[in-house]
Design a protein around this ligand. Structure first.
Ligand SMILES: [Zn+2]
Length: 401
């Protein structure tokens, strides 16, 4: 799946119609969650039952009927994916607090499937044909949606962001593979001092824009609370904050994407820490959330480009990787402030460089074990629908207005 995004240009009344469609989507989703909660006892609620429920809602509420029927289904499918996630968390014994489906208050998108819209034959316009009254809007962007057959467009999503409205097309095409320029092997260690350090001794600097942006965002955030509640000034300060946030999340995405591409293009094996490992707290007091966010994004792109360049991306358990000597395997205890690794065996390395070599070695060891299955990719995230979600999530990361 590929997501093409355009900015939408329309009249004020059309934006209001989009808002109305977004509100309806939220209404259907929340109604479906309520329906599921109320009928937990008979436990017959599944995806199909929720779809049928959307038909019932259409009969009951006129404003639901005005939304395209497949868009209504998309809304109940959102409810179902929340419920489904809840069930699978239960099975995996993940603490329930966060997993149980909640009612949504800040929905910002409406999703059409293969009906309810039509693309203008020549120019960059799309018309929404249901009774919500959105009508024909202009699409601004450098993509060419006409390069893809209309049949391959599986989803059309309208999204409200801090700086306007966007139209996203999810196109069902194979991610074309490109050839690698080298067959290296690389271990990556995430740090705070550097964005990452690799097993060849290269240190990738933390991008300056993140540091700068962090300050600007904090400043914008404080400005909100200085303004009186309910006043226009406060609303404007909030908008400024949201726009800054959106800008950084775009920069962060571009940066991670560029690095992920570079790494996978030159390496047949890329190893990194599995930071999702439970109980793993790395430099917790120091870890800045902004770095954490960048890292998980970088990981998504690594896994994406690993597929594209036919490389192997392997996540390893980071336990002891910074303490162990990458040469002889001895444990050399060091505190956070110790920046170098000096072992009795004569091995002397920068701390993160040593860790990156350990990470690479762990990945090679785990591959030796797994290759008997000959399954190919060992990535923890598979391409497909999840990519659409990832990319989209990246897109809608900025806070609500
Ligand atoms: Zn040693």
């Amino acid at each position: 799946m590929l997501v093409l995004e355009y900015k939408v240009k329309a009249r004020q009344s059309q934006y209001q119609a989009i808002n109305e469609a977004i509100r309806t989507t939220q209404f259907i989703r929340n109604k479906a969650i309520r329906y599921w909660m109320d009928s937990l006892k008979d436990s017959k609620i599944n995806k199909i039952a929720l779809n049928n429920y959307s038909t019932a809602l259409r009969k009951e509420f006129k404003f639901v009927e005005e939304l395209n029927s497949m868009a209504c289904q998309s809304a109940t499918e959102r409810a179902w994916s929340a419920i489904d996630r809840f069930y699978s968390n239960c099975k995996k014994n993940v603490p329930l607090k966060k997993g149980s489906p909640r009612f949504q208050k800040d929905n910002r998108s409406v999703e059409y499937k293969t009906s309810g819209w039509s693309l203008h034959p020549t120019k960059r316009r799309i018309t929404f044909t249901d009774k919500k009254g959105i009508g024909e809007v202009k699409l601004l962007g450098k993509w060419d949606i006409h390069a893809y057959p209309a049949k391959s467009i599986k989803r059309v999503r309208l999204v409200k962001k801090a700086d306007g409205y966007y139209c996203q097309f999810a196109v069902d095409i194979e991610v074309s593979t490109e050839s690698r320029i080298a067959d290296g092997e690389l271990g990556l260690d995430v740090g705070l001092e550097f964005f990452y350090s690799d097993s060849n001794g290269h240190h990738e600097e933390n991008p300056r824009f993140l540091r700068k942006a962090q300050k600007a965002i904090k400043h914008a955030q404080r400005q909100i609370y200085k303004k009186e509640k309910g006043k226009n000034q406060r609303r404007k300060a909030r908008q400024r904050y949201a726009r800054k946030h959106l800008k950084v999340s775009r920069q962060r995405n571009e940066h991670s994407k560029r690095l992920g591409r570079c790494v996978c293009k030159a390496n047949a094996l890329v190893a990194y820490e599995d930071l999702n490992v439970k109980g793993m707290v790395k430099n917790h007091c120091l870890a800045k959330s902004i770095n954490d966010a960048s890292w998980s994004l970088f990981r998504h792109w690594l896994e994406y480009f690993a597929v594209k360049f036919n490389s192997q991306a392997v996540a390893v358990n980071p336990r002891m990787t910074s303490q162990k000597c990458s040469d002889c395997g001895a444990i050399v205890k060091k505190s956070l402030s110790t920046r170098s690794h000096v072992c009795g065996c004569g091995c002397e390395l920068q701390r993160d460089h040593n860790a990156a070599i350990n990470i690479l070695n762990l990945a090679k060891a785990s591959l030796g074990h797994k290759q008997s299955n000959a399954t190919g990719l060992v990535t923890s995230t598979l391409l497909g629908e999840t990519l659409v979600e990832q990319v989209t999530r990246v897109n809608v990361e900025s806070p609500t207005l």
